[in-house]
Write a protein that binds this ligand. Sequence first.
Ligand SMILES: *Cc1c(COP(=O)(O)O)cnc(C)c1O
Length: 426
Amino acid sequence: MDNEDLFARSQQVIPGGVNSPVRAFRAVGGTPVFVRSASGAWLTDVEGRRYVDYVGSWGPMILGHAHPAVIEAVRAAAGLGLSFGAPTAGELELAQLLCRLVPGLEQVRLVSSGTEATMSAIRLARGFTGRNLVVKFEGCYHGHADALLVKAGSGALTFGQPSSAGVPAETTAHTVVLPYNDASALAAAFERMGDRIAAVIVEPIAGNVNLILPDAAFLQALVELTQRAGAVLILDEVMTGFRVGLHGAAGLYGITPDLVTLGKVVGGGMPLAAFGGRKDIMQCVSPLGPVYQAGTLSGNPVAVAAGLATLRLVQAAGFYDRLGALGARLVSGLTERARAAGVAFCAQSIGGMFGLYFAARPPASYTEVMACDQKAFNTFFHAILHEGVYFAPSAFEAGFVSAAHDDEALAHTFSAAERAFAALAS
Ligand SMILES: *Cc1c(COP(=O)(O)O)cnc(C)c1O
């Protein structure tokens, strides 16, 4: 069966034919690529077509696909049993490793998805502070828990409206949505209701609305205002953790958060995520404290093995320097080809993450991301997909390189980009 057949049949039994919405190609149109297998930097679809992959399962595959050491660790763990619902030595090893590498992490609990991690961190922050309000930022994504499916209300400092059907307005009434990178809006919110704010949750580098880098004043305001008000600062590093550096964005920017959420790379491609932070806060989690949190498959031994094998390799000397250099080579190569074709385009990278923008300069806010030329992106996306390069099927997603993106993968990408930009210019 080809991609078309599979998509048509999938739509009969799976809503939209996919198990997570962006995979359906709705933003760019056309038929999703059904993947048969992947190895290193390359995906192979069910029709036998190969693509250089810049999605990397939306972030986890930092070593490239099917890395032999990770596959071997998974095979070995699977042979010992798939799940026990009882503690294992592997969980201890992973927890110790995370506490050693992640700034602010004194204790950590393993869960199975980023959504679970952020949902649990928010419940914990509320339980710890005895307050209800949560501040989030427009364009940041923290998974699909009800309280976080919020869009900004009409005026500044108004409470959020549900951004999904099925979420009661009462649930989002405790969530305040502010503009990203706006230190004064944050200060105004704290001025008005600081003593009621349980937590501020933020992507330290926004990667779910293309890529927006944080400005220094914003980061400083996050730390100072939460500290002064006794609110919990939750850095959502589900995407950035072990992606932009060995110590995440917190390490890059010298921030020590109260709580951190991790996912994606920590599971090495298996369903594993984590939340953790200050010991006095983490001690409020059950069974020690009154904040309930649990999971049948939490700390799953096969997922832990994949995570440990992945995190062992990213600790190699120079790993993030090489990854960062790859990302930088990718964006400069693409930018050069766009300029040669006369296409208004720019790009930037940080560690193993990058953003592509059909705009004159990289956006610093949600509004600026929305102003990028979406039609140009869609044309470029399909043209380069046709040439065997798989970027995220939406103008509002960050891209990812892996350690397996070698000279051959980059060369293939650049020659494909030449033709794709030319198609756009014509
Ligand atoms: C992906 C992501 C999540 C959600 O993680 P899932 O594993 O998809 O539930 C949460 N926060 C951020 C920043 C993410 O990028």
